[in-house]
Design a protein. Structure first.
Length: 252
């Protein structure tokens, strides 16, 4: 459990500090770059995006620097503090999950042969915020991109039974979808929701890089923080997973 000091108001408040004029029938003109408001916004953005802030990850030195800057700006624009002890900050408990190499395993079992994948090089377990350790072994089933979109006449789960199985799928959504629905169905949250509803007990996301021809997909560099199946351009995935099992264990 980590305790972090969180600025009470969003950083974006800095961009909205000026009092709005009452709405009129005539739209307000867009400020030019040489106007005071534009210069102030640019200065705030540059400060918070500066490399000295080190990414502003919660609880880090860069985050403390950024939050101190935000608090100072709040005071300068006349806001009143309402945090702990009359300060600008409120102590909030946060839960952090960390991938640990020790205890993490991903094995593919097929035709009696067991293949252990290498942590970080070939797979990464997803962060688990619900348990410090977890393990599952189950048959695998390949479900394409894991997309169920009846309004677009597309169902990757048609004819498949994923109950009690580990689903293996590619990221993304069909290219024929419009931008909005392609973004929606590419969401990991939506894919996981669909799999949970169908009784899957686990999921393996396979990172791929499609060649320009569109005829072949090769595993990528495995830098997206998701579990992967196999590295190198010679690896192949087959859509006949009934004889394949996965054994996964992880700790945090």
């Amino acid at each position: 459990m980590r305790l972090a000091l969180i600025a009470l108001l969003s950083v974006c408040v800095l961009t909205c500090a000026c009092r709005r004029e009452a709405d009129t029938a005539t739209p307000a003109a867009t400020p030019s770059a040489d106007q005071p408001a534009a210069k102030r916004i640019e200065a705030d953005v540059r400060q918070l995006a500066d490399d000295r802030m080190e990414g502003r990850e919660t609880g880090t030195r860069g985050y403390q620097m950024a939050s101190a800057y935000v608090a100072k700006r709040y005071e300068q624009i006349g806001l009143q503090p309402a945090g702990d002890g009359g300060s600008w900050f409120q102590r909030v408990p946060l839960l952090q999950a960390v991938r640990e190499e020790g205890g993490a395993r991903l094995a593919v079992i097929r035709a009696g042969k067991r293949s252990e994948l290498r942590f970080r090089e070939q797979y990464l377990p997803a962060a688990n915020y619900n348990a410090a350790a977890h393990a599952v072994e189950a048959p695998a089933v390949f479900v394409g991109q894991g997309v169920h979109a009846p309004e677009l006449q597309h169902d990757d789960f048609k004819g498949l039974d994923v109950r009690g199985r580990i689903a293996v799928l590619f990221s993304g959504a069909p290219a024929r979808f419009d931008n909005d629905r392609r973004a929606f169905y590419s969401s990991s949250r939506e894919k996981l929701r669909a799999l949970v509803a169908r009784g899957a007990v686990g999921v393996v996301f396979v990172n791929t890089k499609c060649l320009p021809s569109g005829l072949q997909c090769l595993p990528s560099e495995f830098n997206c923080g998701r579990p992967t199946l196999a590295p190198g351009g010679k690896s192949t995935l087959v859509s006949a997973p009934s004889a394949m099992r996965f054994k996964v264990s992880a700790t945090k």
